[in-house]
Design a protein around this ligand. Structure first.
Ligand code: ATP
Length: 273
């Protein structure tokens, strides 16, 4: 594995305003992350321990990854990421080393946020290892993670944030208090949220007066934030195709884009959470 992967990642300068809707989610996250920093003395006085781990769960494409980047950004923390892809691409036996290294680096450059994407796939659930043996890589990574979360130095300012689409597959040990103490559902955007997301992605786009974002929001039930982002891009491309020196994206372009960009969620998917 290259050295680069073990270093803190540069993340775009994202802020809370880059996420449309999800006001409750943002508030919960900010409370968990920012309060212990801002009210450090009060926390100590009250014997409160800051959250060590936060688990974000919900359907794909609804900004879990983006939220974690914003946490790191706004708390001026370095950002590290452990993903399934990075583990699979490392040599057999090296994945544990990779994980251990990331935690070492994170502690050395704290405050730090370690993001574990698809945490269900990385640590699975004990007892259901793919090959049935008791020391599968998944299990060893799980016990490493438990060690980190139980970390001797509770004061080391490393926050672990996991994301998953399948909270039902998370080992119960990880959910016990003092580990992932905050478990937060990141839902698909509701009507108000979709208007805000449309606002964000048309902010820098010249749109004609006939474009009614509330009407588009009504037609985009079960669209994720990512789908809405695609929809706006598609509408602009349709406009451009009509006329190369097009000045405005019109409602017709959005209507046409709705035929092309379909929702990636289904009621069944959403109801499982
Ligand atoms: P996955 O589970 O597939 O990793 P995710 O929940 O982590 O998905 P992101 O990768 O954060 O989702 O989001 C995908 C894209 O959609 C990003 O570019 C993100 O900015 C955009 N997006 C999703 N939800 C919103 C939102 N509420 N407001 C603005 N942009 C959003």
């Amino acid at each position: 594995p290259s050295m680069k992967r073990e270093q803190s990642l540069n993340i775009e300068k994202l802020t809370w305003n880059d996420i449309g809707g999800l006001e409750d989610v943002k508030k919960k996250i900010r409370q968990a992350v920012e309060w212990p920093l801002i009210y450090k003395d009060s926390y100590r006085r009250l014997g409160l321990n800051p959250a060590k781990g936060i688990l974000l769960y919900g359907p794909p494409g609804c900004s879990k990854t983006t939220l974690v980047k914003i946490i790191a950004n706004t708390s001026h923390a370095s950002f590290f990421m452990i993903s399934c892809a990075s583990l699979y691409s490392s040599f057999v036996g090296d994945s544990e080393k990779l994980v251990r290294n990331i935690f070492q680096k994170a502690r050395a450059s704290s405050p730090a946020v370690v993001f574990i994407d698809e945490v269900d796939a990385i640590v699975g659930r004990r007892g259901i290892g793919s090959n049935g043996t008791s020391d599968s890589v998944q299990e060893r990574i799980l016990s490493m993670l438990l060690n980190e979360l139980d970390g001797i130095e509770a004061i080391s300012s490393v926050l672990i944030v996991g994301a998953t689409n399948r909270p039902d597959l998370i080992d119960a040990a990880l959910l016990r208090s003092g580990r992932f103490d905050q478990i937060i559902y990141v839902p698909p955007p509701d009507y108000e949220g979709r208007i805000k997301i449309l606002d964000i992605y048309t902010k820098n786009m010249p749109i004609s007066k006939d474009v009614k974002l509330d009407r588009i929001a009504k037609k985009t039930e079960l669209y994720t934030g990512a789908d809405i982002q695609n929809l706006c891009r598609e509408a602009a491309i349709i406009a451009l195709r009509k006329l190369q020196n097009v000045e405005y994206v019109e409602m017709d372009d959005f209507t046409a884009a709705l035929q092309i960009v379909k929702p990636s969620l289904s009621l069944e998917m959403v109801n499982q959470y």
